[in-house]
Design a protein around this ligand. Structure first.
Ligand code: ZN
Length: 202
């Protein structure tokens, strides 16, 4: 099982971090030890002083495929869920300055809380509302209609480089409104108005 992530896939978020709009999907991965499931608590690790939440629509891959053609791309999705892409912004900044990969900033243990999955059947991939709440307040309110690279684009692109396997996850990018977490915070994730994820920071 692999966890793919797409960076800077909403223009408003790329802008808020002063990043250019990418011309092709920006891909990184998290190891399986990053997974945090069943709404388990997140214990703030020593490795960072500036961990941010990024709420994202996560796709679950339902079958194996490589070099997937655009017209078949959506048939590889068998569920959508809500995921947090926890990011150690201080480490990421240092990696960027040194031209280093992001893994330590993005792939540390439990940096990938993921919810249960909803069926993808009947869902319009280009009109999914995604909301992140922090301590009950809406901090991110996005829609997949604003994605720079659609689910279809992402699957076609990824499958040119990696064989997609049943059970793989794809984080599709975060809308604007990311911010830091502190011990005692409560994060919640909603897809199309349905609460799917809860994560308390300990
Ligand atoms: Zn992200």
């Amino acid at each position: 099982m692999k966890i793919f992530c797409i960076g800077r896939n909403y223009a408003d978020h790329a802008k808020e971090l002063n990043n250019p709009i990418p011309k092709s999907p920006l891909i990184f991965m998290k190891p399986t030890t990053a997974l945090l499931i069943k709404n388990r608590h997140f214990f703030y690790p020593e490795l960072s002083k500036d961990i941010h939440y990024e709420g994202e629509v996560v796709l679950k891959i339902g079958k194996n495929g490589r070099h997937v053609q655009p017209e078949f791309a959506l048939s590889y999705i068998n569920g959508i869920g809500f995921g947090l892409d926890f990011t150690a912004r201080d480490l990421q900044q240092r990696c960027k300055e040194n031209g280093h990969p992001w893994e330590i900033a993005k792939g540390f243990d439990h940096s990938a809380p993921i919810s249960e999955f909803l069926s993808f059947e009947g869902i319009d991939p280009d009109n999914i509302n995604i909301v992140t709440k922090l301590n009950g307040n809406i901090v991110q309110d996005g829609n997949t209609k604003d994605l720079i690279f659609s689910f279809q684009d992402i699957i076609v692109y990824l499958s040119q480089y990696f064989t997609l396997q049943q059970g793989d996850y794809i984080y599709t990018g975060t809308p604007a409104g990311v911010g830091p977490i502190t011990v005692g915070d409560r994060l919640e994730g909603y897809i199309n108005g349905q609460k799917l994820l809860k994560c308390e920071i300990m």
